[in-house]
Ligand binder design. Structure first.
Ligand code: RUQ
Ligand code: CUA
Length: 644
């Protein structure tokens, strides 16, 4: 017993909490080696280096000025009550999107996107298989919804795949992916952002520079590499045009007027090694002039690259009508536009600063009246390793600080005053987060309706915050109440790796359907097939031999039965199952699982799904409904009889 107590991690973490935080901070700086050193090295003298004394490090949080206690909004969502916000989380390496209720932080749903999902069958059924083109993994970082007039219109969610250079779209009525677009001439499609004045383009950034054309030429000459800023039509998901740039393109943003889009560039050096990429003291915020680019595309002042017929505007090299480069320190990461649409804020990553760009000054930069750097109106010091910034709609910014493991709240107007007056301190508060925060977002922060209620801090490391579950720890998505003068940490939320980004959307703005909506590309595919066979999907039950080794089986289901209790095929037949769930009862999903054939998919109320497989050796194989649907759910099954 005594031994057990000695090892009680709770006791340990209470006693050593501060030490561990500092140890971790030092470890990041050292462990990350060159990155940590650079971040520390580029911090100005007065910024304490990574190894601060514990008391000093904890000071901003441990001893805030005592103010009247602010009650804050209720975080507890009691049984039977609903959350106020839909949170759309990307799923990182899992390739999916997650819906999280805020403020409860309960995970409500996973939407498979670039991944194979055994529960729903996504990645295995015919439609998703065709959409994914054989790839069953992805790396989703950035989720954003379609906009109208500066706020969400509740129609679509877009998400990138960094691994496969793709953009996917989820319909908000069915919460399913309906389209996926390959981004040509690109690798590392990273930052994406839809235009905000209407559902226009979704801008997509290529983070990796590659030879253009990437067919074996120029492989050893990185000076010839380029990266593309791509405009995808948010309605049709067609790639409309691209702009080629010499540097890499990291995070993406759009303004509120439809005039400009933005990309941070952390490798203006054009390096291919870590040392080369970190050499310059300043890199860039690229500003793309959309009207000028569209005019060039219309006038045919474009080229194409390789097999792609997408028009490409070449804007490499110098500032010009299409692109200008605002110098910002150093290897910047996030670019976020404040809810009034007045400022763009670049987070410095290897510089402890945020750079505030006044967007209205960009017209004058494009006109050649002022220099790009003249559009910078503030550059507050926010901490070591600033990555992303969120807003509360009251003029404050909240920047995630990776190396320091804090969120820094600062005031934009004060930062602008402080740019010319060192006596002004724009920093309002720093709050510890646990640990190594990446993205950050606040309720409605990416819209003109930012409401300053909740902030989520998506921390990359959870360390000691949860039960030890082995070498891979959960991430820690923390909820912070930002309604008062001071931020308050109210919840730790473990997540499966690795949501990068999240947006919090007022629940009134999202209207999912309770039954499947039978339109869009998926149903066009089914209807075409049914018409070819003269079958009515909503009632017919048929086994149709389509060729010597090809069978199509149509079935409908009503709880607790499939319309066929058996069907016959031959060994080696390519069998396509077409199942329609006729139930129109909310939440009454069925599915189809064929024993020993790796066939298992979900069919929601009023939905149709198809899956194709090869019939195995002769014998009887039971198929059954794997979704608990009825008292006689276990009886909802039948026999696939495979003949020699
Ligand atoms: S980027 S923190 Cu895609 Cu910041 Cu992940
Ligand atoms: Cu249908 Cu279980």
């Amino acid at each position: 017993m005594a031994d057990e107590h000695a090892q009680n991690p709770e006791v340990e973490s209470e006693e050593n909490g501060t030490d561990r935080r500092d140890f971790l901070k030092g470890g990041i700086a050292l462990g990350a080696g060159i990155i940590g050193t650079a971040a520390v090295a580029c911090a100005p003298e007065k910024e304490a280096p990574a190894a601060k004394a514990p008391a000093e490090a904890a000071a901003p949080v441990a001893a805030p000025a005592k103010k009247a206690e602010h009650a804050g909004p209720e975080i507890h969502v009691p049984p039977g009550k609903l959350d106020d916000y839909y949170g759309f989380w990307s799923g990182g390496q899992s390739g999916e999107i997650r819906i999280v209720g805020v403020p409860s932080m309960r995970e409500l749903k996973r939407i498979p996107v670039f991944n194979r999902d055994a529960a729903s069958g996504w990645g295995g059924d015919d439609f998703s298989k065709q959409l994914l083109g054989g790839k069953l993994s992805g790396d989703t970082h950035h989720v954003h919804l379609s906009y109208n007039d500066g706020t969400y219109d509740g129609r679509y969610v877009y998400v990138n795949d960094k691994a496969g250079a793709r953009l996917a779209r989820v319909r908000c009525d069915t919460m399913e992916v309906d389209m996926i677009t390959d981004i040509p001439n690109s690798q590392g499609t990273h930052g994406i952002f839809p235009q905000r004045h209407k559902t226009g383009y979704v801008m997509c950034n290529a983070e990796f520079r590659t030879p253009q054309v990437n067919d074996g030429r120029d492989m050893d000459d990185p000076t010839k590499y380029g990266a593309l800023h791509t405009a995808v039509d948010g309605e049709t998901m067609e790639v409309k045009w691209q702009v080629m740039i010499e540097g890499n393109l990291d995070l993406c943003a759009t303004d509120y007027k439809g005039k400009y889009s933005f990309a941070t560039c952390y490798n203006s050096e054009g390096g291919v090694t870590l040392e080369e990429m970190m050499a310059a003291e300043r890199d860039h915020l690229y500003v793309f002039n959309i009207a000028a680019i569209e005019a060039a595309v219309k006038a045919g002042k474009t080229m194409t690259i390789g097999d792609s017929d997408v028009p490409v505007v070449d804007a490499r090299g110098e500032d010009g009508p299409y692109v200008i480069r605002v110098p910002v320190p150093k290897s910047p990461h996030g670019i976020n536009i404040d809810p009034t649409g007045t400022y763009g804020i670049c987070s410095g990553k290897l510089s402890p600063t945020c750079t505030v760009v006044e967007l209205d000054k960009l017209d004058a930069v494009f006109a050649g009246e002022i220099k790009p750097r003249d559009a910078v109106v503030a550059e507050p010091e926010v901490g070591l390793g600033p990555l992303h910034t969120a807003f509360d709609g009251r003029g404050n910014a909240y920047t995630s600080i990776f190396i320091d493991s804090v969120v820094t709240k600062w005031n934009i107007d004060k930062a602008i005053q402080a740019y010319n007056d060192e006596t002004i301190d724009p920093i309002i508060q720093k709050i510890d987060v646990h640990y190594q925060i990446g993205h950050i977002n606040a309720s409605m922060s990416e819209t003109k309706d930012a409401d300053g209620k909740w902030l989520v801090a998506l921390c990359k490391f959870s360390k000691d915050r949860f039960l030890n579950v082995g070498p891979l720890h959960p991430e820690n998505d923390q909820l912070i109440d930002i309604t008062g003068d001071e931020m308050k940490l109210v919840h730790d939320g473990p997540t499966y790796p690795e949501p990068h980004d999240a947006v919090l959307v007022k629940r009134e703005m999202i209207h999912p359907s309770k039954m499947m909506v039978r339109d869009g590309p998926r149903f066009e595919m089914y209807e075409k097939m049914a018409a070819e066979d003269g079958v009515d999907l909503m009632k017919d039950s048929k086994v149709i031999r389509k060729g010597p080794n090809k069978v199509r089986v149509y079935m409908v289901s009503v709880a607790p039965a499939f319309s066929q209790s058996s069907f016959r095929v031959k060994t080696g037949d390519e069998v396509q199952l077409v199942i329609t769930n006729l139930d129109s009862v909310e939440d009454l999903s069925h599915g189809m699982c064929v024993s020993k054939h790796d066939v298992n998919f979900l069919v929601n109320p009023q939905d149709t799904k198809t899956m194709t497989f090869t019939a195995g050796p002769p014998g009887v194989y039971w198929y059954y409904c794997p979704w608990f649907c009825h008292a006689l759910h276990l009886e909802m099954r039948g026999r696939m009889i495979v003949e020699a």
